[in-house]
Design a protein around this ligand. Structure first.
Ligand SMILES: [Cu+2]
Length: 315
């Protein structure tokens, strides 16, 4: 007997309509482009290394969706076609325990899946952490309570000191590097543990004081794949003003970077001192560099106001 033919038809039609509506809402309400869908929520990045991780992520999600589709299919199939029959006298459906081939299969298959995922994770990790023997630019990054210093051992000012940029409570330090070139960061702290984190690199690494312990790796390399400004932060709670330890990575085209370093290795005729980062960038702005790209002050973050005395309880 079962459900009368007409009622069943209406029910199926109703379920179909709800499913179609849900699909339509999913497609239109999320506002995702095709490229965004393939990113599967992975945020935009600024480096070649982060893009390698993104590729791995995309394939990992596709693999997970494949497994998901099989599992969902099996659940649906069991629920739809192996329901308890109305007039069945059996207490339980047919049982499958102690089926050795089946049990071997459900153990071996997940192990193989984990091995494949592990293999590609390790390959991607190796590739992201790989370092070239001869990077294009080396930056010595020094973290201290509570700011950053970036010095370039390969570039010297007229007084023989390495070109360096140091932040203060009124100035966010700018870490100027060339885009599309390999940059190496050597990390060191003068006091406690800090962490060098540029969210758009999708990478962070702790900054330890000397002497190093436990084979800490204090350097890494990136190739930034576009010009722009990217905020950097300390990601290791390092004391009272930890939250103020921000910096900005400014990636310039190699030509602009060369001009920047040309300036920074000279004395500024107006001050008689070597060009500071801000002075060099301001000069480049005068020479026609984009105002945003060559802004002498950080554009992604600003110094924190430390003065609390001027405030009142009402704000
Ligand atoms: Cu810190």
């Amino acid at each position: 007997m079962g459900v009368p033919e007409r009622t069943r038809g209406t029910r199926l039609g109703k379920a179909g309509k709800v499913a179609a509506l849900a699909a339509l809402v999913a497609l239109t309400a999320t506002g995702c482009s095709g490229e965004e869908i393939l990113r599967f929520g992975w945020p935009e990045s600024a480096t070649v290394e982060a893009e390698k991780m993104r590729t791995f992520w995309t394939w990992a999600v596709i693999a997970a969706l494949g497994v998901g589709a099989i599992v969902w299919g099996l659940i649906f199939w069991s629920a739809a076609f192996h329901r308890k029959k109305k007039h069945s006298t059996e207490a339980l459906p047919r049982q499958f325990q102690y089926n050795v081939p089946l049990e071997l299969f459900v153990v071996v298959l997940p192990v193989v899946m984990v091995c494949v995922l592990f293999f590609f994770t390790a390959v991607t990790e190796q590739s992201v952490l790989a370092e070239e023997e001869d990077p294009d630019v080396v930056v010595d990054v020094t973290g201290f309570q509570w700011n950053w210093e970036f010095s370039y051992p390969d570039y010297q000012t007229p007084d023989g000191q390495p070109v360096s940029t140091v932040g203060s409570s009124s100035e966010i330090p700018l870490l100027v590097v060339p885009a599309n070139r390999v940059t190496q960061y050597n990390l060191e702290s003068t006091d406690v543990i800090h962490s060098f984190w540029v969210p758009e690199f999708h990478f962070k690494r702790d900054v330890f004081p000397h002497p190093r312990k436990n084979n800490q790796d204090e350097s890494f390399q990136t190739t930034i794949d576009k010009e722009g400004a990217f905020v950097g932060r300390c990601a290791e709670l390092c004391g009272v003003y930890h939250a103020m330890m921000n910096f900005e990575v400014r990636a310039l085209s190699p030509d602009k970077f060369d001009r920047y370093m040309e300036l920074r290795t000279q004395n500024n005729p107006q001050t008689g001192e070597p060009y500071t980062a801000a002075e060099a960038l301001a000069t480049m702005q005068d020479e026609g560099c984009d105002a945003q790209l060559c802004s002498p002050v950080a554009t992604t973050t600003s110094p924190f106001v430390t003065d609390r005395t001027a405030r009142t309880a009402s704000g």
